[in-house]
Design a protein around this ligand. Structure first.
Ligand code: ATP
Length: 336
């Protein structure tokens, strides 16, 4: 069953009397128990989507169209129009977040335990002793000694804080966890460990995951399906392995070429995508990737390609591959 339905979501920021179209007509679904990744380079609109889902957009940000329905046996809510009371009711129990910076998310004046206990007691009628016991167990599950329940955030290392944040987000076994660059600030070994924790805990709880990252290896490690974002739009959606082995959008292919192979082999050359994403002010018609796309044709500048179905479960927004053009087959001749 579908848990989250993002439908035709558009979001704008206003800055210096200009309008920035940060997210433009984005639609995707996440099923119950599914892990979905949103990937794309900096500025593509990923965090803006996460903030809109949590109603955490800054004052100069506004959802200009679309809806975000969260639906399961006990909730049916449009998160865009929900009241703060309604959101508070589902927070932790149905919707939790692990954000870029755990230090900002954890309150420095309370112990880790106090914060987890508060989250539990807000939603469940349990004694403080019982909530404390559960907080300790949760910390142990993410590899932190339960004695640390009485530590303040600043007494923990960056990796531990991030794990404490994960423990907290899982405290009420939420239906959906939004993880926005959960490992970016950490060293590689800690990153791996944290991803394992997210993986194991969400397996145990059976919840859905929206993983937001610029790192395709994070998506391939944790997500069943992926949506690739470029300049505020979704350009490709499908099962992670299929998208990453046989991309249908030139931007996805560019992103993959710019990363070391997912297996860690180093024999293939890394090729960065030249040029810059377009400024999202006064947006021209046509494919936004056109100027950087080695496969672009004249028609790509005439109108916006929409996401269209490809093989079952896959969609891509590209006129060229919609005609059956194989990016890999023509790669050498186009790129060299
Ligand atoms: P990153 O990984 O760097 O956070 P992202 O893919 O999450 O990138 P967003 O942060 O969602 O991208 O930004 C999308 C667009 O919106 C960018 O053009 C960005 O400059 C713009 N933007 C983001 N926040 C604001 C803001 N508060 N005011 C004005 N523009 C903003």
């Amino acid at each position: 069953m579908t848990l989250l339905t993002v439908d035709d979501l558009s979001i704008e920021y206003t800055a210096d009397e200009k309008t920035i179209k940060a997210v433009n007509g984005v639609s995707f679904e996440i099923a119950e128990g599914e892990r979905f990744g949103l990937v794309g380079e900096s500025g593509s609109g990923k965090t803006t989507i996460a903030k809109a889902i949590m109603q955490l957009l800054p004052k100069n940000g506004e959802v200009t169209s679309g809806s975000v329905e969260l639906t399961n046996d006990s909730v049916s809510l449009d998160l865009v129009t929900a009241s703060s009371r309604e959101l508070q009711d589902i927070r932790w129990k149905h919707l939790a977040t692990v954000s870029q910076s755990a230090m900002n998310a954890l309150d420095p004046v309370y112990t880790i335990g106090a914060q987890i206990i508060e989250a539990i007691q807000l939603h469940e009628d349990v004694s403080k002793a019982e909530a404390r016991e559960r907080a300790g167990e949760l910390l142990e599950r993410v590899g932190i000694d339960k004695e640390r329940v009485d530590s303040y955030p600043h007494q923990l290392s960056g990796g531990m804080r991030q794990r404490a944040m994960i423990a907290m987000s899982m405290a009420l076994e939420p239906s959906l966890i939004i993880a926005d660059e959960p490992t970016t600030a950490l060293d590689v070994i800690t990153q791996d460990h944290i991803l394992d924790q997210i993986d194991q805990l969400s397996n145990a709880v059976g919840n859905s995951l929206l993983m937001i990252t610029h790192d395709i290896s994070v998506v391939s490690e944790t997500c069943d399906r992926v949506g690739v974002m470029y300049a505020g739009e979704l350009v490709e959606v499908g099962p992670t392995e299929e998208v990453f082995t046989n991309p249908e959008h030139p931007y996805t292919k560019g992103l993959l070429n710019a990363f070391p192979t997912l297996e860690g082999e180093s024999d293939s050359e890394l090729i960065t995508i030249t040029g810059e994403p377009p400024k999202l002010i006064d947006v021209e018609p046509g494919c936004k990737f056109m100027d950087r796309c080695p496969y672009a044709e004249a028609r790509c500048g005439e109108s916006d390609p929409a996401l269209t179905p490809r093989t079952p479960g896959r969609e891509a927004a590209c006129f060229v591959t919609a005609d059956g053009y194989d990016l890999e087959e023509h790669y050498e001749q186009v790129v060299t």
